[in-house]
Design a protein around this ligand. Structure first.
Ligand SMILES: Nc1ncnc2c1ncn2[C@@H]1O[C@H](COP(=O)(O)OP(=O)(O)OP(=O)(O)O)[C@@H](O)[C@H]1O
Ligand SMILES: [Mg+2]
Length: 489
């Protein structure tokens, strides 16, 4: 019976797969030739599909109504019209069903027509068993990927964002669409965006929606560790590799065991480490510090930076080959001022979280929210989150007023008020000014500017004096919108 679909040229023994697909897909075989029909059904069943079959197009329609097929394998006889009609109809009624057409050899037109009507693939009779299983595998893979993407989209439709990501603006919707696909692949992803736009959150979301979400997610901050430490963090070391290395330790690329390693601030990697990382990615193995042997790695790499890597490549400070390897897919995160419509959603989300934590309900006054909508947010979502947290800590009641917001926001709010000549007497921001009370953020901003000025621009030294890390200092400079501390007023 099986001989009918074994081509004479390529006879081969069919070995049933012993691992079944995770989800049993439903396949409907439509072919008037009962031998072909049952051979296809037999092979597909042994591949793990739930199979139904029929020789009749009318019967096929009834069966499809009763139970939707994930994959439809349909014969197109020489007078292919009826089969084509069925394909068009199925794609219209059940757009998620993947259609594979079977055509007789020499009828290329029929295959072309079938594809035009919505078939995704075709098999030319006679075909070998492995051809059938390859085509079915391909369809199953597409079906599973599409199904997951559909589920993610559906979850999205019902929520305010994707996973822990909040935002329904067009920019974010576009990002979610790419993200839900990217999550299912194993390619490296380069995540770009200004500070505080959510690069780390995106990396965590990609990991969480991927097939290896149960495996570890391991972040490495390439900006705050010294190069020797990064090398040992990433690649591991053997006992005695350096002073203090009392025992061997696996690097994160090994420890991820199929999970994700997130290389944050990748633009800060030294050229020497860039070369070592490139080699590790190319060869899928690493040499721990001090070792002579190499260890295989199995980790997905996600990298992020707020620097312009392409121009670093031009200047020769970032390796071109590594850039291309990491940049297989890139996700550019929109800045908050380019998606202002998400500000109320984000603010509500943070207020909600804080309200739960404190057991007290906080809301924003209309005026405070209006001001937030107008503000430019140089520190993006992080600045918004900090502003809301700070306002909740400062406020004396459940409603957050303009005066509870950081000075730079109040300033913009006041300017807008003055401009429109509607400044309401006695608003909180003016109260702040009238009473001469300064906010903590204001004092912190001043301390930072003054420290950098005293040290004539030496930020490293300034951070030390202020008792904070270099990264924190840079973050605060961004949050407060201080581009050049030496020329601040
Ligand atoms: N779309 C979003 N929805 C909810 N929270 C967000 C979103 N984007 C960012 N955040 C929050 O904002 C803060 C900053 O995000 P994250 O650390 O991912 O930014 P980043 O781009 O890595 O910043 P940096 O460049 O400074 O490292 C985090 O607390 C994060 O949870
Ligand atoms: Mg980050």
């Amino acid at each position: 019976m099986l001989e009918t679909i074994i081509s004479n040229k390529r006879p081969m023994e069919f070995i049933p797969r012993n691992t079944e697909p995770a989800v049993r897909l439903h396949l409907l075989v439509v072919d008037p030739d009962s031998a072909v029909r049952s051979a296809c059904a037999e092979i597909a069943s042994s591949l793990g599909y739930a199979v139904e079959s029929t020789g009749d197009l009318g019967q096929a329609r009834i069966q499809l109504r009763g139970r939707r097929a994930d994959i439809l394998l349909v014969d197109l006889p020489n007078s292919a019209n009826h089969g084509l009609e069925l394909i068009s109809e199925v794609k219209l009624l059940y757009p998620n069903t993947i259609v594979i057409a079977m055509t007789a050899s020499g009828t290329v037109n029929a295959a072309v027509e079938a594809m035009r009507c919505g078939a995704s693939d075709y098999l030319t009779k006679p075909f070998a068993m492995d051809e059938l299983s390859t085509v079915l595998d391909r369809a199953a893979e597409n079906q599973t990927t599409d199904k997951t993407a559909r589920q993610v989209r559906e979850r999205l439709r019902l929520s305010q964002g994707l996973g822990s990501m909040i935002g329904r603006s067009d920019e974010m919707e576009k990002l979610y669409r790419i993200l839900s696909k990217v999550a299912l692949s194993a390619h490296p992803v380069l995540i770009l965006g200004e500070s505080g736009t959510g690069k780390e959150l995106v990396a965590r979301t990609i990991h969480a929606f991927g097939p290896n979400a149960q495996k570890p997610f391991l972040p490495v901050d390439c900006g705050s560790l010294v190069p020797t430490l990064i090398e040992s963090e990433l690649f591991g070391h053997v006992k005695g590799a350096y002073t203090g290395a009392n025992r061997s330790k696996d690097g994160l690329l090994v420890a991820a065991e199929g999970g994700t390693v997130f290389l944050d601030e990748i633009g800060e990697l030294t050229l020497d480490l860039q070369a070592k990382l490139l080699r590790a990615l190319q060869e899928r193995e690493v040499r721990p510090v001090g070792a002579t042997h190499r260890v295989p790695i199995k980790a997905r790499i996600l990298a992020a930076t707020n620097r312009d890597l392409a121009s670093m490549v031009e200047k020769g400070t970032f390796r071109k080959d590594l850039f291309y390897r990491l940049n297989v897919v890139n996700l550019r995160l929109p800045s908050l001022r380019d998606r202002r419509e998400d500000i109320p959603l984000l603010a509500a989300h943070f207020l909600d979280r804080i309200s739960k934590e404190r057991g007290a309900k906080f809301t924003l006054s209309d005026e405070a929210l209006r001001t937030m909508m107008r503000y430019d947010w140089p520190g993006n979502v992080r600045e918004l989150e900090n502003s809301v947290e700070r306002a909740c800590a400062l406020t004396s009641g459940p409603v957050l007023h303009l005066g509870d917001l950081p000075t730079q926001l109040q300033r913009q709010g006041l300017e807008a008020h003055r401009a429109s000549n509607t400044a309401a007497a006695g608003n909180d921001a003016e109260n702040h000014e009238a009473t001469g009370v300064r906010t903590l953020a204001d004092l912190e901003r001043e301390a930072i500017v003054s420290a950098i000025r005293t040290l004539k621009g030496d930020k490293l030294q300034a951070a030390r004096l202020l008792g904070i890390g270099k990264t924190t200092l840079y973050r605060k400079l961004k949050e407060y919108g201080i581009a050049d501390p030496l020329s601040e007023d």
